[in-house]
Structure formats: structure tokens, C-alpha cells
Design a protein around this ligand. Structure first.
Ligand code: HSE
Length: 443
């Protein structure tokens, strides 16, 4: 029996500190679940001075990540520094040195997952990345193991706490976007570069990982159509409520007829859907499958301790294999399906998708304008399900809001290009995609 499993951590920032704190403070729990302690053999970071609020021996600190990677006493290397390089290089070097690895680096996995997964598979080592999506929600293990008998058909995720917090504050308190963003930054939810959150890239990174595990296909980040929350206005939130909807930033992936859809954008969902009730910094991931029907995973999507606990769960998982004498990893394939059994699937271009649409025109308030706009939509086979015009401004511009039945995105885009050019429409039309019973699954 092993006396300990030894880990080395590269990156002693927010999540790194959470991991160390959990490993130090929950030693007894870990020993009871694992049978031996997980020992921190080294921590590498460029800043060794800052107080992380956890008592550790200074002797294990280093500024040289290579000391961790090359240390023969270390079983598992944990990369928590973020960014692409040198994080990618460190992971590949550790794998090359036959060490198991754990990372929470969603941007890196979304961009270089194939290279890293293939390297881990070829070396026969494990790669854990539970902390990369949904913070404390055990969604990766659920997809790789709990749902392994499932034909997954759809994923709808609220996977960015910052955006969900911003939309919740805007919805509940009528706050402006910029004010809600400042609050999110002050509370430490946003990434170092907040454009990754609000522009939707962080959600797209997470969707690339989830869709990969769900459908057994590599998903390139550049194939994921991405819009953020920065253009959502209080006016659209108001009209969404009038129609009985909430606006959420959804990461959506669907599989149908051997092709997938993968997209991130503000989405209107009926307010009675469970995902509509996921507020603040919380995340939730809805997964539909042909056996289980519908599942929903809910929890804290960020934070040092919830994400740290997800990382430690990977360490325990890998350590369990190690202490059973299975020095080699790979019991569960890195991307859920065997590497050799994965089939690249085409990701539909956004123009090819079908959806319901919310369209807000800024149009002159005079007789005949509504029929002209609906006439253009009609030419493109777009059928209107309801209309709201509030306010009266004879001769001036007013919001004219329409919900459509199911339509093709290409048709909607063409129709809007035409409408946006006419002189009775004074501003570019706002388009928000809508999910609901008519659009398919019910998240
Ligand atoms: N910035 C991310 C979020 C943190 O807001 O959800 C976790 O990935």
C-alpha cells in the first residue's frame, strides 16, 4: 500500500490556493475516501510572496515549473496557471514524462484539447479536467461516466457566472450593463480579461469541451458561433418579460442527422423553464439523452473553493487508480470516447440553423409600416407569432417587436438586411434567438 500520492501544482493563483487549502484542511476526509494522503510535493508560481491564507512549508515553493515536471517523486502534475503557453508545454512535458495531469484550463483544452488528449492517450496517463467547466458542478465526470450509456442529443448550458450575474442584475434591478459588469468585477467573478466572459468566448471554450465529450467529435472553437451579453439592453429584457421569457447567455449544442450545432448567444427561454430560474453567479447544464430524457446539473460555476474541490476530485480519482497498483492511466478515455472511435462531425454554420426569433425593429409610427415589415418577412417564409408595439410617437420611431415561428437563420438574416435599408426603419434591427417547445427540447 502506498504511503502517499504526491502532486505538484503549477500556478498558485485563485484556484491553486483553493486546491492547496482543500488538500491541507481535508486531509482526514481524503484519507478516509482514498486510503492514503495526497501530499503536496511542490508548488510553482512566479509570485512566492503573496499571502494565500494557507499554511504550507516554504521548502515546497519554487519559481521553476520544470522542477515539478521533472521531479520523479511526483505522480500527478496540476496545471492551474491558465493561458495557452507555457501551460500547454508544461502539460505536454509532464505527459511526456509519464505523469498524470490535471488542469482547469478551459481555453487551453478548447484550443489544444486534441493534441493534449492524444498525447495523454498515447502515453497511457490520465488527464483530469473537472474544474474546467461549471466550477464545482461534477459535469465532466457525469458526461464521461454517469451518462456513458446515453445517446446525448442536446446540451443547453449557463456556463459563465459573470454573464449570468450581469443578466440577473439587469433583469431584477433594471441595472445598466456597465453597472452590473463593474459589480461582477468587484466581486471577482470575471476573468482577468473580462472580454472573455462578456464576449462569450469563455462559454464557447466550455461548450467546445462539453460537445466533444457528448458527441465523440473534436469541436473547433472557430466553428462555434459566439455572441456575448454586451449588446443586451434593458429594453430587450423588458420586452422578453412581456412575452413571458427570460434572457440567458446559453451555450447550445445539438446533434441531429449526423451534424451538430454549437453556438453561444443571448437566448430567450420561457420563464417557467428551470434554466430561467438559474440566477446570479450560478451555472446549470441541461443535457438531453435518448434514454434518460432530461437532466439538469446545477451549482456554483466559479470560485476558488468550488473549483478547487473539482480539481481535488480529479486528484482523488487518479490517486485511486495509482494506489490500486495501476500506474498506467487511461481506464476512462480522455474525451469520453476511445480516441480511435471518435468521428469528426460537421458543425453547421449558423446560417443553416432553425430557431424562433425575437426581432425588435425601430420603425416610424405611421400607417402601413407594420404591414410593410411583415410583408418582407413573409417573402422569406418567416411567420410571425406575436407583435407588440408600445408607445405612440406619430412621425417618430418606436420599438416594434415581433416573435416568429420556427424559421431559417439565413432567411431571417436576409430579411433583416432588406428591412434595415428602408427609410421607415431608423436603427439596425435587434435579433435574439428564442428557445421554446416549438424550437425542440425544453431546457
Ligand atoms: N469567469 C468564469 C465565469 C469563471 O464567470 O463563469 C469560471 O470559469
Amino acid at each position: 500500500m502506498r504511503s502517499a500520492v504526491r502532486v505538484g501544482i503549477i500556478g498558485f493563483g485563485t484556484v491553486g490556493s483553493g486546491v492547496v487549502k482543500i488538500l491541507v484542511e481535508r486531509q482526514e476526509l481524503i484519507r478516509r475516501r482514498l486510503g492514503c494522503p495526497i501530499e503536496i510535493a511542490g508548488i510553482a508560481d512566479l509570485d512566492l510572496k503573496r499571502d494565500r491564507g494557507v499554511a504550507i512549508s516554504k521548502a515546497i515553493l519554487t519559481t521553476d515549473a520544470n522542477r515539478i515536471i521533472k521531479d520523479p517523486e511526483i505522480d500527478i502534475v496540476v496545471e492551474l496557471m491558465g493561458g495557452y503557453d507555457p501551460a500547454r508545454r508544461y502539460l505536454l512535458d509532464a505527459i511526456g514524462d509519464r505523469k498524470h495531469v490535471v488542469t482547469a484550463n478551459k481555453a487551453l483544452l478548447a484550443a489544444y484539447g486534441e493534441e493534449i488528449f492524444s498525447a495523454a492517450d498515447a502515453a497511457g496517463v490520465d488527464i483530469g479536467f473537472e474544474g474546467s467547466v461549471g466550477g464545482g458542478i461534477p459535469i465532466i465526470r457525469a458526461m464521461k461516466e454517469g451518462l456513458s450509456a446515453e445517446n446525448i442529443t442536446a446540451i443547453y448550458g449557463i456556463v459563465n457566472g459573470t454573464c449570468n450575474y450581469i443578466l440577473t442584475r439587469m433583469t431584477d434591478e433594471g441595472k445598466q450593463f456597465s453597472e452590473a459588469l463593474s459589480d461582477a468585477q468587484r466581486l471577482g467573478y470575471a476573468e482577468a480579461d473580462p472580454t472573455l466572459d462578456i464576449g462569450g468566448a469563455d462559454s464557447a471554450h466550455k461548450l467546445a469541451i462539453l460537445a466533444n465529450l457528448a458527441f465523440g467529435t473534436p469541436v473547433s472553437i472557430k466553428d462555434i458561433y459566439t455572441e456575448g451579453v454586451d449588446k443586451v439592453t434593458a429594453l430587450d429584457i423588458f420586452f422578453a418579460e412581456e412575452f413571458g421569457y427570460k434572457i440567458k447567455l446559453l451555450a447550445i449544442a445539438k446533434l441531429a442527422d449526423g451534424e451538430i450545432e454549437a453556438r453561444v448567444h443571448p437566448t430567450m427561454i420561457p420563464k417557467e423553464y428551470l434554466l430561467s430560474k438559474v440566477d446570479g453567479v450560478y451555472n446549470a447544464i441541461y443535457i438531453a439523452g435518448t434514454s434518460v430524457g432530461e437532466t439538469l446539473f446545477y451549482g456554483p460555476g466559479a470560485g476558488a473553493i468550488p473549483t478547487g474541490a473539482a480539481v481535488v476530485s480529479d486528484l482523488i480519482d487518479i490517486a485511486r487508480n495509482i494506489i490500486k497498483g495501476d500506474a498506467m492511466g487511461g481506464r476512462v478515455p480522455p474525451a469520453s470516447f476511445l480516441q480511435m472511435s471518435r468521428t469528426p462531425l460537421t458543425v453547421k454554420r449558423v446560417e443553416e440553423i432553425e430557431s424562433l426569433y425575437y426581432l425588435r425593429f425601430t420603425a416610424e409610427d405611421r400607417p402601413g409600416v407594420l404591414s410593410k415589415i411583415s410583408g418582407v418577412l413573409g417573402q422569406y417564409q418567416i411567420s410571425i407569432s406575436s407583435v407588440i408595439q408600445q408607445g405612440r410617437k406619430a412621425g417618430g420611431a418606436v420599438p416594434l417587436v415581433m416573435m416568429t415561428h420556427r424559421a431559417r437563420e439565413r432567411d431571417v438574416q436576409e430579411a433583416l438586411r432588406q428591412v434595415n435599408q428602408v427609410n421607415y426603419v431608423s436603427e439596425p434591427t435587434v435579433l435574439i434567438r428564442v428557445e421554446g417547445p416549438e424550437a425542440g427540447e425544453a431546457p
